[in-house]
Design a protein around this ligand. Structure first.
Ligand code: IMP
Ligand code: MG
Length: 173
């Protein structure tokens, strides 16, 4: 049996997201769009987009789906595009949003795609950053929480497709 210790409760997450929305609204251009990476970011983006509304930002929201960890706790090391964003992104200012930056490979992969499509300005926002795990150097502009090298789930984030529905974030042992 695996154990689940609560890392961030609902209120802590909501408070930090309100702050993040302030930071974002104060530092990037008004006409940005959100590009989320599925599936892990769907709950985060639901809350972040509504926090942005409260600071008078109204971004379009699109998604791309990248390959996942499958049933493992560690990445296979290779990232694939499983589902593309249908919108023409050229010249658009994009806030790329993911749940977690771990090795950095997913963000680096998504960033390369967006650069190839000649987006305008590009910023990166993640809810959780695990800096000790980084293998690829990526610049992340907005971070919700910095955490240790632990495996987490909840709040949209899965462990083998489970626990996405938790309103809080747990450490999975
Ligand atoms: P990276 O490509 O190694 O940076 O990993 C990023 C992706 O791996 C994230 O989008 C998550 O979906 C997944 N991931 C990384 N760490 C965890 C974790 O602790 N729990 C669940 N998924 C994770
Ligand atoms: Mg993911």
């Amino acid at each position: 049996m695996s154990s689940h210790v609560k890392l961030f409760d609902e209120q802590e997450i909501q408070n930090r997201i309100e702050e993040l929305a302030q930071e974002i609204s104060q530092s990037i251009s008004n006409d940005f769009m959100i590009l989320g990476l599925l599936k892990g970011s769907f709950v985060f983006i639901a809350d972040l987009s509504r926090a942005l509304y409260r600071v008078d930002r109204h971004p379009e929201i699109e998604f791309m789906r990248l390959s996942s960890y499958g049933l493992e706790k560690t990445s296979a090391g290779e990232v694939h595009l499983l589902g593309d964003c249908p919108t023409d992104l050229s010249g658009r200012h994009v806030l790329l949003v993911d749940d977690i930056v771990d090795t950095g490979r997913s963000i680096a992969y998504a960033r390369a795609i967006l650069e190839q499509r000649e987006v305008g300005q590009l910023w990166i926002c993640v809810l959780l950053d695990k800096p000790n795990r980084r293998e690829v150097d990526v610049r992340v502009d907005f971070v919700g929480f910095t955490i240790d090298d632990v495996f987490v789930a909840g709040y949209g984030i899965d462990y083998a497709e489970k626990f996405r529905e938790l309103p809080h974030i747990v450490v999975v042992d």
